[in-house]
Design a protein around this ligand. Structure first.
Ligand SMILES: CC(C)(COP(=O)(O)OP(=O)(O)OC[C@H]1O[C@@H](n2cnc3c(N)ncnc32)[C@H](O)[C@@H]1OP(=O)(O)O)[C@@H](O)C(=O)NCCC(=O)NCCS
Length: 155
C-alpha cells in the first residue's frame, strides 16, 4: 500500500538523484512535507514503466509538485531520476500534470527554470512559452549567475 509518508520518501528519493547540486534546486524533506500539508499543493509520481505508483513493488522514476492559486497552477518541481531519462517518462508525467490541472479547472500554468535547462525543450513541446526573464537570478555554488526564465501555458 502507498500512503502520504511513502510518497514523501519516493519524492525525496528522486529529489536526491535528479537535481545537480551546483544549482541548489533540490528541496529538503522538510520543505516538501510542509508543502504537502497545504491544501493547494498537488503532486504526481511516475513509476519506471510509466504508470502511477500502486504498490511497494513499483520503482519510482519521477515526480512533480505544484501549487495552485485560484485558477492558476505553478509547477514547482519536476524531475525524472537520471537512470530513467530519455525514455519518454518526463513527457508522460508532464502530460499528466497538464491534464490533472485542466481537470481541476485551471486556466493557466506557470513554471520557472534555469535558462538553458534542457527541460525547456520538453516544456516547449507541450506548448509552454517564455513570459519573462529574471537576469542572474540563480547563483551556482561556483558563484556563476544564471538567468531564470518564466514560462506559461494557457489551457
Ligand atoms: C527534464 C527532465 C524531467 C526530462 O525527463 P526525461 O524523462 O528524460 O524526458 P523525456 O524522455 O520525456 O524527453 C522528452 C523530450 O524532451 C527533450 N529532452 C529531455 N531531456 C533532454 C536533454 N537532456 N537534452 C536535450 N533534450 C532533452 C527531448 O526532445 C526529448 O525527446 P527525445 O528523447 O525523443 O529526444 C529530466 O532531465 C530531469 O529530471 N532533469 C533534472 C531536473 C530538472 O531540471 N527539472 C526541471 C526543472 S525546471
Amino acid at each position: 500500500m502507498t500512503g502520504p509518508e511513502d510518497d514523501l520518501d519516493r519524492i525525496m528519493h528522486v529529489m536526491e538523484l535528479a537535481f545537480a547540486p551546483e544549482y541548489g534546486e533540490a528541496w529538503t524533506r522538510r520543505q516538501v512535507s510542509d508543502a504537502l500539508l497545504l491544501p493547494n499543493t498537488r503532486y504526481g509520481l511516475i513509476s519506471s514503466n510509466g504508470d502511477a505508483i500502486v504498490s511497494d513493488a513499483d520503482q519510482t522514476a519521477g515526480f512533480f509538485l505544484s501549487r495552485s492559486i485560484l485558477d492558476e497552477e505553478e509547477l514547482l518541481l519536476f524531475a525524472i531520476a537520471p537512470s530513467f531519462r530519455r525514455r519518454g517518462l518526463g513527457h508522460t508525467l508532464l502530460t499528466r500534470f497538464i491534464e490533472q490541472a485542466r481537470s481541476h479547472g485551471m486556466t493557466r500554468l506557470f513554471l520557472e527554470m534555469r535558462s538553458e535547462n534542457p527541460a525547456g525543450i520538453l516544456y516547449a513541446s507541450h506548448g509552454f512559452r517564455q513570459v519573462g526573464v529574471r537576469p542572474g537570478y540563480y547563483r551556482t555554488t561556483d558563484g556563476l549567475r544564471i538567468d531564470a526564465v518564466s514560462q506559461a501555458l494557457d489551457l
